[in-house]
Design a protein around this ligand. Structure first.
Ligand SMILES: NC(=O)C1=CN([C@@H]2O[C@H](COP(=O)(O)OP(=O)(O)OC[C@H]3O[C@@H](n4cnc5c(N)ncnc54)[C@H](OP(=O)(O)O)[C@@H]3O)[C@@H](O)[C@H]2O)[C@@H](O)CC1
Ligand SMILES: [K+]
Length: 484
């Protein structure tokens, strides 16, 4: 699990470490890591051209020291000092000693011929969009030939929320220090950060326990263990699906299929799409009755494609009245937004899976702080909220949050959400804690999108078909398995 630490958490840890190390040591660690990544991206230093955009804070200091290291190896380095009188003095001296040159914001910045541009305008000390000089340079960097690399945080991106309140540096790589900040992996910030490289500067043991996390394949593999010798179809968790309609069985078919393919066990379906589900998935146990007629289950998924009429409302209320974990998706979210007390009163876990418009039906704007908004709704409803997006956010009522790392634009296809709710129901039936389980489902859904899209454009049915391959990929190679 990767902890996501806010600027304040990083600063608090930094303060302790700064007091315990000799002056400048942390910045040297940061700059060494930064220069190493730049060298890897450039392939070599000698003969390359590097432009540094240097603000007046320590973020500019990092860029200057890294630039000095590259200059010492033969790169032609130009530092553009946004505020020459306040540029980091020791960094500036190091760059000049190594043969780098400096200029002001209106000088010859070399951006039109740079191989790499380092954005050291502002880091975790930044507020709001970039000021005019900085904005103009960030804009030129975006259209120039150099690889745009952000130092710690792309300037103009809020490190905690990913909000971009005006002009911002568009990086393809971000080299961040001490901890990954949430703003690099969520919302608009994710697109501005590009690939994130974490440089260890020794903060780890001093950081407060993170309240937001990213899962890795290894974390999610624990949810996807193959059946053991003593498992039977019941012991692996039985999921019940209430979805679709006689006229539109598609959502029910996708959701049931995804549940079946995630953790082979037992899937029960109850609803008016029974014929369609039977035809597509003879493996499922199907009734055209009510949820109560379906037989014993350990978790319910309710909502996809079932409409919002009185009949649908009564099915949602019946499922929510059980003491089992429930995933509320699609139409069930619209119904729950009308009667949030149906969710608030529950003792068993409830997971809501809204996209932005569904989220806002609960009366909370999503805004630019997606983690904060998901946390607010989760606390209000006493439920886990999985807010879908480029980087899906999961928040628990206690504020624990997860940001998904595997999302891809290919998942924005009709029926993709039905597949996610099927995956989630299937994992939740195992009885694991709901927030981490929802994050694991988002992770697997994203991996499935990646696996399926590798062969070309995808439809939701491809996700169901490629789920076993994605599960295998998340589990990774089995130790001791020779492949024979
Ligand atoms: N502490 C350490 O030892 C270590 C720190 N480290 C590094 O330090 C960074 C934090 O440094 P920091 O605290 O100096 O703040 P920083 O991010 O440079 O920003 C302040 C400057 O930005 C300016 N500015 C603000 N908003 C702006 C805007 N919208 N548009 C334009 N400018 C704007 C602001 O201007 P002012 O308001 O003062 O005029 C001021 O000049 C951190 O991210 C990491 O890189 C690492 O080396 C590890 C060791
Ligand atoms: K920066």
């Amino acid at each position: 699990m990767i902890g996501l630490s806010t600027a304040a958490e990083v600063r608090a840890a930094e303060e302790v470490l700064l007091a315990a190390t000799r002056e400048g040591a942390l910045m040297h660690r940061a700059a060494t890591g930064l220069a190493t990544v730049c060298l890897r991206l450039l392939g070599r230093a000698h003969g390359t051209r590097v432009t540094l955009l240097v603000g007046a804070g320590n973020n500019g200091g990092d860029a200057l020291f890294a630039g000095a290291r590259l200059a010492a190896r033969g790169a032609r380095v130009t530092a553009v000092l946004l505020d020459p009188a306040r540029a980091h003095p020791a960094g500036l001296a190091a760059l000049r000693r190594a043969g780098g040159r400096t200029t002001g914001p209106d000088g010859d910045d070399g951006l039109d011929r740079a191989d790499l541009v380092l954005d050291g305008i502002v880091g975790i000390g930044g507020r709001g969009g970039l000021r005019p000089d900085a904005a103009r340079l960030a804009d030129r960097a975006a259209t120039g030939p150099g690889i745009p690399v952000a130092v710690d945080v792309p300037s103009g991106v809020d490190a905690d929320t990913g909000a971009v309140g005006g002009a911002a540096f568009a990086a393809v790589h971000t080299v961040t220090f001490g901890a990954v900040k949430p703003g690099l992996v969520v919302g608009e910030g994710r697109g501005h950060a590009g690939e994130v490289h974490l440089v260890d500067i020794g903060l780890g043991p001093l950081l407060a326990p993170a309240r937001a996390h990213q899962l890795t394949d290894a974390d999610v593999a624990g949810h996807l263990e193959p059946p053991g010798a003593t498992d039977d179809k019941y012991s692996r968790g039985v999921v019940g699906v209430v979805a679709g309609s006689a006229v539109y069985p598609g959502a029910a078919v996708l959701c049931t299929g995804a549940a079946l393919r995630t953790r082979p066990g037992l899937v029960r379906y109850a609803g008016t799409a029974a014929d369609g589900v039977r035809a597509a998935w003879p493996e499922a146990i199907v009734t055209d009755g009510r949820p109560g007629d379906a037989g014993r289950v350990q978790a319910w998924v309710v909502g996809p494609g079932m409409g919002t009429d009185d009949a649908a409302r009564s099915l949602v209320a019946e499922v929510l009245a059980t003491d089992l974990p429930v995933v509320l998706d699609a139409d069930a979210l619209t119904l729950a937004a009308r009667e949030p007390e149906l969710v608030r009163g529950r003792a068993a876990p409830t997971v809501l899976t809204p996209h932005d418009r569904e989220f806002e039906r609960f009366g909370v704007a999503v805004g630019a702080d997606r983690i904060g908004s998901a946390r607010r709704l989760a606390a209000d409803l006493g439920a886990v909220v999985l807010l879908k997006g480029d980087a899906t956010v999961v928040a628990a009522p206690d504020g624990t949050a997860f940001v998904n790392a595997t999302g891809t634009a290919d998942l924005a296809t009709a029926g993709s959400g039905d597949v996610l709710s099927g995956i989630l129901g299937s994992l939740l039936a195992a009885g694991t804690p709901p927030a981490g389980t929802a994050a694991a489902a988002a992770h697997l859904h994203g991996r499935t999108g990646q696996v399926a899209a590798a062969r070309g454009p995808i439809v939701a049915g491809d996700l169901v078909r490629r789920l076993p391959e994605a599960v295998a990929r998340v589990r990774g190679p089995v130790l001791g398995d020779s492949g024979a």
